[in-house]
Design a protein around this ligand. Structure first.
Ligand code: RIB
Ligand code: CA
Length: 309
C-alpha cells in the first residue's frame, strides 16, 4: 500500500534529509512550512529550492510565521541565518502553492483516505488545523513527529526546540487523540552523521548527495563549535524512517503532556514512565531505540539512488 505523506517542516538541514527520504521512499503529496530553525520566508524559500533541486513539482504551502502565543524563536546559531547554512542553492523560480498551510492540511486530510502527517518543526500549523477541523484526528492515518525528549532538552535543559518554540501548539497536538509516533532527542541522538557520512555522499559527485554533504559539512563545523564534536543528530529523518522502516525501531506506548508554565521547564515533554498502576493511559507511541547502523545504510542508499525521483 502506498505511504502518503504530507511533511510540515522548518528547513533546516535535517528537514532537508527528511524531505529527500519521503520523496524517495513514500508518496510525498505536499510540503507545508512553518517558522522554526529560521524565519518563515527562509524555511519556505528553502523548501521551494529543495523541491527544484529534486526536479519534482511537489507543492509547497507556507504557514505560521510565529507561535500560537506570538513568540518567534529560531535556531540560526545551528542552521545559519538562511536555515541552509553552508550551501547556496539558486533562488527558487517557483512560487508557493498558497500561503495557507492550515487550509491545505485540512483539504488533504479530507481528500486522501490514508494520509500520514509528518511534523518536523514547531507544531503550530498542525495545532491550527486540529482547532479548525477536529475531525482531522479520525481522518488521517496518523502523525509522526520529531519533537520532545524523554530525557534532556536541547533548546533548554528541559525542552526540545520544536516543542519549546510553540508549547501551546505542542500540547494541542500531542493530546488531541492522534496517538502520535514521537521521535524525541532520546531517539534521534542515537542516529548521528559524521565525516565518513559526508565523505561518502561527496564522493558520489551527484547533485543531491553533494548538497547534503555541503549541508552537513557546515553542520559538523557548527556542532564542533557548540559541543566540540564533528557529529550531528539526524533528527528529522527519524520521523520519516519510523513510517517507512519501523522494523529499525523499538517503540513504547506512553502518556505525554507538555509543560506550559514552568519557569525553568516551559516546553518540556513530560512522559509518564512510571511502572505503577497510577500511570496515565498511553496517548502516544515513543520511539525508544533505532538500529543506527542499518538506518544509515538505508539513508545512504536512498540518498545515493539517483534513479528518477
Ligand atoms: O530539536 C531538533 C529539531 O529542531 C529538528 O527538527 C531541527 O530541524 C530543529 O527544527
Ligand atoms: Ca526541523
Amino acid at each position: 500500500m502506498t505511504l502518503n505523506i504530507l511533511i510540515d517542516c522548518d528547513p533546516g538541514h535535517d528537514d532537508a534529509v527528511a524531505i529527500l527520504l519521503a520523496n524517495k521512499l513514500a508518496n510525498l503529496t505536499s510540503i507545508t512550512t512553518v517558522a522554526g530553525n529560521t524565519d518563515l520566508a527562509n524555511t519556505t524559500r528553502n523548501a521551494l529550492a529543495l523541491v527544484e533541486l529534486l526536479g519534482t513539482n511537489i507543492p509547497v504551502h507556507s504557514g505560521a510565521y510565529q507561535s500560537l502565543g506570538g513568540e518567534v524563536r529560531d535556531a540560526q546559531h545551528v542552521h545559519g541565518k538562511t536555515g541552509f547554512g553552508g550551501t547556496d542553492l539558486p533562488q527558487p523560480t517557483t512560487e508557493v502553492a498558497s500561503e495557507d498551510a492550515v487550509s491545505h492540511i485540512i483539504e488533504q486530510a479530507r481528500a486522501i483516505d490514508d494520509l500520514w502527517l509528518v511534523a518536523v518543526g514547531p507544531l503550530t500549523n498542525i495545532a491550527l488545523a486540529i482547532e479548525e477541523y477536529p475531525a482531522i484526528v479520525s481522518r488521517v492515518a496518523g502523525l509522526s513527529i520529531m519533537g520532545g525528549s524523554t530525557g534532556s532538552g536541547n533548546a533548554t535543559p528541559a525542552a526540545e526546540f520544536n516543542i519549546w518554540a510553540d508549547p501551546e501548539a505542542a500540547r494541542t497536538v500531542l493530546t488531541a487523540g492522534l496517538n502520535p509516533i514521537i521521535c524525541g532527542l532520546n531517539l534521534t541522538q542515537q542516529f548521528l552523521s559524521d565525516d565518513d557520512f559526508v565523505e561518502t555522499l561527496a564522493a558520489a559527485d551527484q547533485r543531491v548527495p553533494s548538497f547534503i554533504a555541503e549541508l552537513y559539512t557546515y553542520m559538523h563545523e557548527r556542532m564542533d563549535a557548540i559541543v566540540g564534536e564533528r557529529r550531528a543528530a539526524l533528527h528529522d529523518p527519524c520521523a520519516v524512517l519510523a513510517l517507512t522502516h519501523p522494523q529499525l525501531f523499538e517503540f513504547e506506548d506512553m502518556y505525554v503532556d507538555v509543560e506550559l508554565s514552568g519557569e525553568l521547564t516551559r516546553g518540556m515533554t513530560l512522559f509518564d514512565q512510571r511502572r505503577t498502576h497510577a500511570r496515565n493511559p498511553a496517548n502516544c507511541r515513543v520511539a525508544t531505540k533505532i538500529d543506527a547502523k542499518k538506518a544509515r545504510e538505508v539513508l545512504l542508499s536512498t540518498l545515493l539512488d539517483n534513479s528518477s525521483t
